[in-house]
Design a binder for this molecule. Structure first.
Ligand SMILES: *[C@@H]1O[C@H](CO)[C@@H](O)[C@H](O)[C@H]1NC(C)=O
Ligand SMILES: *[C@@H]1O[C@H](CO)[C@@H](O)[C@H](O)[C@H]1NC(C)=O
Ligand SMILES: *[C@@H]1O[C@H](CO)[C@@H](O)[C@H](O)[C@H]1NC(C)=O
Ligand SMILES: *[C@@H]1O[C@H](CO)[C@@H](O)[C@H](O)[C@H]1NC(C)=O
Ligand SMILES: *[C@@H]1O[C@H](CO)[C@@H](O)[C@H](O)[C@H]1NC(C)=O
Ligand SMILES: *[C@@H]1O[C@H](CO)[C@@H](O)[C@H](O)[C@H]1NC(C)=O
Length: 800
């Protein structure tokens, strides 16, 4: 039986509301007369003196001194693989403390793997004669001291984190990028991967998924190499010199990295032995192989892959044109060549290791409203000047400048926390375990999360964000100068290089747990190489201080811009009384994502009857039935929980008869998919209308707050509650898009609008529930996800 939700109507409702209003007024008057001191909040806490404080100038002034290069040099001076550099933990904590932040270290016990032994040999099949023994080492470069001295000097061997141990000898085939489609193409071509080693080039998708798809296809091992064909023409063949003499990739460069199955069905970010819960001492451990592979894998350079791929010339099938890279002498045949085999041996030490996050906090007057700026500290290599130390250097600069603001007597309205995570590289370990351990507190308190990671590896700003932040990101970029000869603002530059386009978040960095597990609005930002800039020597020994000071950001000017931008973003979020979110931007994005989805619906689906569909009933269900979800919502998101009688103070109530419409629709016997797609679309369009009004209210409330001195006592009380209500709605706006059961086969991913692509890992997928149902040709699931989306959208419209 479906319960119909009937709203109380007419005189009873009016009387009930009237009684509440009278009651709250009486209570307030009595309280004021009895305990006038309780009403100090009536001045809104913050003194007007603080209002006059030009905090933005003070913050930017602090950054006229640029020490980013100092911090970069420090962080690139020693190896700091996840869980291995206790000195950097203490140094980071000391820095936060030196600048006046309350610092602490948070430790989790996490399953990781460390390099031990490896080898790669090309053999003649008939007699195992050794044809080539790959050195599996990057060249030492005199000018770049980070690359010299081997393991004794802290140089970290080439390896793939979580790559399984094994010693396999087999024929091998070239699998292009190793995407799902690439393995399908091989099948069509009649090239069997089973029992063979897959040789894939880096690019297109997250490397761990290449290993997963290879394993699924029956491969016994994987080699990952970097092809100069993916360097946008900055290659020796085009006359560019190799690092350190020019901007091209060094031919011996090896990209290390994690081969965790990021984003794949069944896999979770974080410790693979504690999926969905924190790796505390004594935590129950599970078999990690949902999230990591069973076949060995090694990363190699393009110089090392050359003799290997050369053996495939003329063997197997000629690859499709798009599969061709740019290594000289290679014809990019799939193979195999039955006359040669590879012996791939990889041995790593798997263990549970304490990993340390470091947090530094400046408490605000509204201490339970928190803005987090996060970045990881661990790196695959000794240097890591770009990844992650450009972000780490920027984080320390932000701490220094915020510290000066605090020292000058400035009162922060909301709390700002800087976080330095361990173990991001292996699979977002530190941030995910933190997010899982404190999920309740974070959902309740965090307003927004700002992610750094590779903050500077070139001059072009890239932004990916939850759309509620779009407005903020653009407006703050207008306040910052872009450091080039032409001049102009950072925003003008962003328009020029990105066409003003803010991207969709996928995965691959620490924002994942905040946005996709906890529903916290997030942004990931960084300066990246443009078309003519030096190739970034990603995850290699050459991502060093020398590279940064000669190619990436020689004078650390972009580090400085990043510190200014991120700090001002956090300050704007912290200081503006009405949280600076734009909800209309979110609704607009939903409209465009839904529009794209609509065009992907198969023709034959449109006229299909949905009333016989199992999931149709869910489509009709209102939150009231959904005990788990509504309980969680009641605790976490509802303004009703924050203070009584929200209807008295809500700026504007939006009423609509959607529910009645639904019930009418349900009675119609002959219901087609097109009808409910149209309904959902109407829901989203209504959200556009509602958010237009809501954003205008935000502005009006902010103006009213700024002119609060001219308000009388009762007007102030009203404004106080209006603000409280409005800010609660803003703060929890994005939480409404969490679905407590999570995505199909990926229950850890709770966000219904944004997810890591299940076949790409890095790239974001909008409306994943709907898109995946279309990909899987699952009509019933599509209807179910329409219901989930429309329910969420209706809930948001009702809250606003
Ligand atoms: C930063 O580095 C410069 C140049 O190496 C040095 O002169 C200066 O003392 C350093 N400042 C700090 C605060 O470490
Ligand atoms: C790996 O296997 C090969 C034979 O397939 C063997 O010769 C070699 O010793 C093995 N290596 C290790 C380290 O076990
Ligand atoms: C393998 O080698 C033999 C002789 O060395 C040669 O006759 C044969 O054509 C080769 N096969 C392939 C597939 O290259
Ligand atoms: C996990 O969270 C609890 C509080 O919920 C806290 O007491 C504990 O210190 C946290 N553990 C770690 C390792 O941070
Ligand atoms: C919807 O998509 C179509 C084509 O994909 C495009 O032409 C149209 O402008 C889009 N409409 C909206 C509102 O985004
Ligand atoms: C949104 O507002 C426009 C203009 O006021 C109106 O025509 C339209 O019907 C509204 N849409 C919905 C879905 O409420």
């Amino acid at each position: 039986m479906e319960k119909e939700y009937i709203e109380p109507r007419g005189i009873y409702r009016s009387l009930r509301v009237l009684w509440k209003h009278v009651a709250v007024l009486l209570a307030l008057v009595t309280a004021y007369l009895t305990f006038p001191k309780w009403f100090s909040w009536y001045n809104f806490g913050v003194s007007t003196a603080n209002d006059a404080f030009d905090y933005k100038s003070t913050y930017l002034n602090a950054l006229k001194t640029n020490l980013a290069g100092n911090w970069s040099e420090k962080y690139t001076s020693e190896p700091h693989l996840a869980g291995t550099n206790r000195g950097f933990v203490e140094w980071t904590k000391d820095k936060f403390e030196e600048y006046g932040l309350a610092a602490r270290v948070d430790t989790y016990d996490i399953y990781v793997s460390y390099p031990h032994e490896h080898s790669l040999k090309l053999l003649r099949s008939k007699d195992d004669k050794l044809l080539y023994d790959a050195p599996l080492k990057e060249d030492e470069i005199k000018k770049d001291k980070t690359s010299i001295g081997g393991e004794k000097a802290g140089v970290i061997p080439t390896f793939l984190g979580y790559g399984a141990n094994g010693n396999v000898t087999a024929e091998y085939v070239y699998v292009n990028y190793g995407t799902k489609e690439d393995f399908e193409t091989l099948e069509k071509l009649g090239v069997n991967v089973k029992g063979r080693i897959a040789v894939a080039r880096y690019g297109a998708i997250f490397r761990g998924l290449k290993v997963k798809f290879a394993q699924d296809a029956g491969a016994v091992g994987v080699l990952l190499y970097t092809d100069p064909g993916d360097d946008h023409g900055i290659t020796p063949a085009n006359g560019y010199k190799q690092y350190p003499d020019g901007p091209a990739r060094h031919e011996s460069l090896v990209q290390r990295g994690s081969v965790q199955f990021l984003g794949a069905p069944g896999a979770t970010p974080g410790d693979p032995t504690t999926p969905g819960y924190a790796s505390l001492p004594g935590a129950e451990r599970q078999d990690p192989h949902q999230s990591i592979g069973r076949i060995p894998a090694l990363p190699i350079s393009y110089r090392e892959v050359t003799p290997i791929l050369k053996q495939l010339n003329g063997h197997g099938k000629k690859s499709p044109k798009e599969w061709e890279g740019k290594i000289e002498g290679i014809d990019y045949y799939t193979g195999p060549n039955t006359n040669v085999t590879l012996n791939l041996y990889s041995d790593q030490i798997f263990k549970i290791q304490p990993l340390h996050n470091v947090y530094g906090e400046i408490e605000g007057e509204k201490k339970d409203d928190v803005i987090i700026i996060g970045n990881h500290r661990d790196a695959w290599i000794k240097g890591g000047a770009g990844d992650p130390n450009s972000g780490s250097a920027v984080l320390i600069e932000i701490a220094r400048a915020l510290g000066q603001l605090k020292a000058a007597g400035f009162k922060f309205k909301r709390t700002i926390v800087l976080q330095s995570y361990d173990g991001e590289e292996y699979g977002l370990l530190g941030s995910t375990e933190f997010g899982e351990n404190f999920s309740r507190e974070l959902k309740r308190n965090v307003v927004a999360y700002i992610n750094l990671d590779s903050a500077v590896v070139g001059p072009n700003l890239k932004l990916e964000a939850s759309p509620v932040l779009n407005h903020l990101l653009r407006s703050v970029a207008k306040e910052i100068e872009y450091p080039n000869k032409k001049g102009g603002s950072l925003y003008k530059h962003f328009q020029e290089v990105r066409g003003d386009k803010i991207g969709t978040l996928g995965s691959g960095s620490d924002y994942t747990v905040f946005l996709e597990h906890l529903g916290i609005p997030s942004v990931d930002l960084g300066f990246q190489p443009g078309k003519n800039n030096a190739v970034y020597q990603y995850h290699s020994n050459y991502d060093s201080y020398y590279w940064m000071t000669h190619f990436g950001d020689p004078d650390f000017v972009f580090h400085n811009v990043a510190a200014k931008y991120v700090g001002l973003l956090a300050l704007q979020l912290a200081q503006q009384e009405v949280i600076d979110f734009g909800t209309k931007d979110y609704a607009d994005s939903l409209v465009s994502y839904f529009n794209v989805t609509e065009h992907l619906i198969p023709e034959s689906w449109w006229k299909k009857d949905v009333s016989k569909c199992k999931s149709w009933k869910d489509f009709l269900r209102w939150d009231l039935d959904d005990v788990a979800a509504s309980k969680e919502m009641a605790v976490v998101y509802s303004p009703r929980q924050l203070y009584p009688f929200p209807e008295l103070f809500a700026a504007k109530q939006c009423k609509h008869s959607r529910l009645h419409l639904m019930v009418d629709v349900a009675r119609s016997k002959d219901l087609k998919l097109k009808d409910i797609v149209k309904l959902t679309k109407t829901d989203i369009e209504r959200l556009q209308n509602v958010t237009t009004i809501f954003d205008a209210d935000s502005e009006a409330l902010q103006v009213k707050f700024e002119g609060r001195d001219s308000l009388n006592f009762w007007q102030r009380i009203r404004l106080h509650f209006e603000l409280k209500h409005h800010n609660a709605v803003l703060k929890y706006f994005e939480r409404n898009f969490l679905h407590h059961k999570g995505l199909h086969e990926r229950s850890w991913f709770k966000h219904i609008v944004f997810a890591a692509g299940r076949h790409t890992g890095y790239a974001g997928q909008d409306l994943p529930g709907l898109r995946e149902a279309i990909e899987d040709d699952d009509f019933d699931r599509f209807v179910e996800w329409l219901g989930i989306l429309s329910k969420a959208v209706r809930a948001v419209s009702a809250h606003l």
